[in-house]
Ligand binder design. Sequence first.
Ligand SMILES: Nc1ncnc2c1ncn2[C@@H]1O[C@H](COP(=O)(O)OP(=O)(O)O)[C@@H](O)[C@H]1O
Ligand SMILES: [Mg+2]
Length: 327
Amino acid sequence: MSPKNGHADHSPEKFVAEKIAPEKTMAEKSAPEKHIREKSHNQHHASVQRPEKCRVLAVVNQKGGVGKTTTAVNLATALAAVGMRVLVIDLDPQGNLSTGFGISRAARSVGSYEILFAEHRIEDVAVPTVVPGLSIVTATADLAGAEIQLVTEPRREYRLAEAIARSAVNYDYAIIDCPPSLNMLTLNALTAADSLIVPLQVEFYALEGVSSLMQTVQLVRERFNPRLAIMGVVLTMFDRRNSLSQAVTEDVRKFFGDQVFTTVIPRNVRISEAPSHGKPVLLYDLKSSGARAYMMLASEVIKREALVVAPAYTDEAVHNPSTTKAA
Ligand SMILES: Nc1ncnc2c1ncn2[C@@H]1O[C@H](COP(=O)(O)OP(=O)(O)O)[C@@H](O)[C@H]1O
Ligand SMILES: [Mg+2]
């Protein structure tokens, strides 16, 4: 069911087994939510490398329905599950990220609109989610008007970046879910971000629109945010029964090379059911192929991050120089 993975060391089974569920019991199998909660409260996360300073990741693709929100929800949950302190920011007026964490429209009073217009700090509007260690800045109805309102604001592209810089709370990761358009809200996300994750749905038109996204990235680098990097492209909704899937995957790998994550997210019904239960798939069905794929993606993200940022510390001594091997 799950797509092939390149490195045996980073199989989802191993990752889940080691990081989340080292000693499974029948009770835990039937209650992954409880299990994740307990494990995340447990401070012992072997060699989790925390970034020195909050890393801002934006999940972006101007096409709708490619898996941005699903990736933001589940990558954030997987990072929190291994002990990271995570913030998610819903920057799409549709508010699917907020719904995905079970926060109904009625329950949202303040959110990303308020931080963009400098009325509130992130810590004043962020609320905890069902996932321990994971907070959210929701999207309220006002956000639909923010696009137009921003146009006349001073430093309109920097609103989100400045809000994140003002925050006194020390998150390890802030993950931004972007709207399906290259608009002023998306420009704010790209200006605030250290790195981008681009979900591409495995379909015939997967690469359509990619060149305008890359042009926008280049423009943002030149004008607003020279450090903006592309961490990776993640293939989503891979369906092995669809004969096109393999060809599309090869095309995307040819186009993006190493930038494509090894992990491929399979089409999985549990992923699509989870939002209606107000839960990430990791809580809804930890053993599903979708949950395991997102755990594996998180392990790849952590690995790629380790190449670009110095960790603040690790939770466990990872190196013991006295253990030199005798030849
Ligand atoms: N891997 C997957 N398997 C099955 N359904 C998926 C998968 N990824 C996303 N979906 C479903 O596809 C729809 C679009 O995904 P979403 O993450 O909301 O895309 P976007 O945020 O890019 O618009 C949602 O209904 C979601 O539940
Ligand atoms: Mg979305």
